[in-house]
Ligand binder design. Structure first.
Ligand SMILES: CC(C)(COP(=O)(O)OP(=O)(O)OC[C@H]1O[C@@H](n2cnc3c(N)ncnc32)[C@H](O)[C@@H]1OP(=O)(O)O)[C@@H](O)C(=O)NCCC(=O)NCCS
Length: 388
């Protein structure tokens, strides 16, 4: 990794790297060149291949964004219909994967079940260099595997996917067996659009590292799933829901947050490595959450305002604001998803970004192999085992 890869636009992370001491975590390091998305942390802007996220998130379907990221342009009517048909055809649950999911204990974390299912499916299916067809095939399976596991763990049988439904609607149908409500489909679709890609986040970087070794697409996706699971990345939204439930009332907000901060806890849904102002996705999700759950929104908004004020007081100058996870939790709960499906639902969106990055990495590949500062001892005299 170097800071010498040419960049065509202003890069706030590079600027900050030049002026700040290295705090680890590869902060400010440019690890790849990408045409997929651009995250501008100081102004709070997110661009998907030329389009500001605010311009597309409530008018563009998830499939359109997938087309943009995989093929490099927004689809026309025919291209969109072709992509939807390919995704719909690929919504199958192989019996071996179904059997595996059935055998997992009901207490298995859905992220672990998804990772296991995707890995098993890859072992049965995937060969050779990463292709767009493989990207579509693996993406289409995410909601199928997740819903199948959810139904097994709740004592139900998986349902057949419905080809006439879009990605978001089919996912809701597969989970519940009910006709999905239009407002739920719209909210979930907009959520999926907002989460599809996000620069060199930890899971995307992981996917690119694995792809750079010329490993297969499923291995890269499985590794990315592992990275996304952690609470510092995609594992936060169910913890946001836990926090909101634990706070419970507007009156309890301030003492609860103060107590958490006094114990050194991190407030889930706040702070970001790159955004030093509000995450633009949080702005969109807040507006959607206000409509989707007006009652829950009142508490969430109060918690948000108090959390930002207390973080500024307790951690002056750190610029900790609402990130994508805070209102994701409110929105996904309003759609009826259980908390432990929040992170795998995030994955069902981000898999598009991962696979687009894997294809981009594969196109112009060089092994990603950084160095480490060695901090261990040197020149120790060797003592044989029987003399130690
Ligand atoms: C997202 C996150 C991992 C970014 O971390 P980072 O860039 O490595 O930031 P750092 O860990 O260097 O934190 C900088 C300072 O802010 C504090 N901080 C960062 N996020 C915080 C939070 N959510 N609550 C309380 N303090 C926080 C850190 O404790 C640290 O304080 P210090 O300088 O006194 O040690 C971090 O903000 C976080 O843990 N947020 C909560 C989890 C979350 O919402 N994850 C989803 C991310 S989209």
């Amino acid at each position: 990794m170097s800071t010498t890869i040419p960049d065509t636009g202003s890069n706030t992370t590079k600027e900050s790297a030049a002026t700040k001491p290295n705090k680890g975590g590869l902060e400010g390091i440019v690890a790849a060149a990408t045409a997929l998305s651009k995250v501008e942390g100081t102004v709070g802007r997110l661009i998907y291949h030329g389009y500001n996220i605010h311009a597309i998130c409530r008018t563009t379907s998830f499939e359109e964004v997938a087309h943009l990221l995989w093929f490099g342009h927004l689809p026309n009517v025919q291209e969109l219909s072709d992509l939807k048909a390919h995704l719909a055809e690929a919504r199958t649950l192989p019996p071996q994967v179904a059997q595996l999911l059935r055998l997992l204990p009901a207490t298995t974390e859905p992220m672990d079940a998804l990772r296991t299912a995707v890995s098993a499916w890859g072992a049965l299916t995937i060969e050779g260099k990463a292709t767009i067809e493989q990207a579509i095939a693996v993406t289409a399976r995410f909601p199928v595997f997740l819903a199948a596991f959810h139904r097994f763990r709740t004592g139900q049988e998986p349902l057949e996917a419905r080809p006439e439904l879009g990605y978001a609607a089919n996912y809701l149908y597969l989970l519940t067996g009910q006709e999905p409500k239009t407002e739920h489909v719209r909210a979930l679709d907009a959520y999926l659009v907002l989460l599809a890609d996000h620069g060199m986040n930890a899971s995307t970087f992981t996917a690119r590292v694995v792809a750079s070794t010329e490993s297969d697409i499923v291995s890269a996706v499985v590794a990315a799933l592992g990275a996304l699971k952690g609470p510092l990345h995609g594992g936060a939204p169910s913890k946001v829901l836990d926090m909101l439930n634990a706070i419970g009332t507007v009156e309890n907000t301030e003492p609860w947050l103060r107590n958490a901060l006094a114990h050194g806890d991190r407030l889930m849904g706040f702070g970001h490595r790159v955004y030093k102002t509000e995450d633009p996705r949080a702005e969109e999700l807040r507006a959607m959450a206000r409509i989707a759950d007006p009652t829950g929104f009142v508490l969430a908004r109060h918690v948000e305002e108090r959390a930002i004020a207390l973080l500024e007081a307790e951690k002056p100058g750190r610029r900790l604001y609402t990130n994508v996870e805070f209102y994701s939790a409110v929105l996904l709960a309003s759609v009826g998803l259980p908390g432990d499906l929040f992170t795998p639902t995030f994955a069902a969106s981000r898999v598009v970004g991962w696979t687009a990055h894997i294809l981009e990495q594969t196109k112009n590949n060089r092994l990603i192999r950084p160095e480490a500062d060695y901090t261990g001892p040197m020149d120790l005299p060797f003592v044989p085992l029987n003399e130690r």
